[in-house]
Write a protein that binds this ligand. Sequence first.
Ligand code: NI
Ligand code: MN
Length: 225
Amino acid sequence: MKITFLGHASLSIEVNQKVVVVDPFISGNPKNDQIRLDDLKADYILVTHAHQDHTLDVFSLAKQTGATLISNYEIITHYESQGIKGHPMNHGGSYCFEFGTLKYVNAIHSSSFADGSYGGQPGGFILSAEGQSIYIAGDTALSYDMKLIAEEFDLALSILPVGDNFTMGYADALKASQFLNCSRVMGYHFDTFGYIEMDHKAAKKHFLDYGASLDLLEIGESLVV
Ligand code: NI
Ligand code: MN
């Protein structure tokens, strides 16, 4: 799996000859001048919750690519009414897609659309493919439920929010990595806005002090698991 950071909480994952984009927020990201929405490819779009910093470009990207949306039931219903094809899931459910298997797992957060309408319950995804599993946490607080993930999956990578204020900060993300029994963490949801600016050096040192690693990619940069 090749994972490219598109900024904020947006990812592009190349897996089994498919492109899976997560939480596209490209055109409205004040820190982004590297990625052009028009250039993005997508076969599937995963959405963790309805907040605008995760859904702003869902409609445009789905229209331009014909990608299938995968999210909770309420978000899928919202976009299906606009002509986007989708696959609804809910917490605890797994489904085998052509690119791999997804499990939709708990997140502690909220999930409303920009107009205040209901966006279901927020979640994260475990993606299992090519003999490995990765955890895409979405926006969440630290939660004991993460121990359940470690009981079921041997994670190669956890992608965790680290920017604090709206989600966990990096200290709780380190605890999450311990609950998840996964020492390799990619941080996201940091620096985009003033509320979530983070000291990168301190964050990385904190992980190293506890025998874990924290990758903070530049926009457009990739890692491989
Ligand atoms: Ni959010
Ligand atoms: Mn967010």
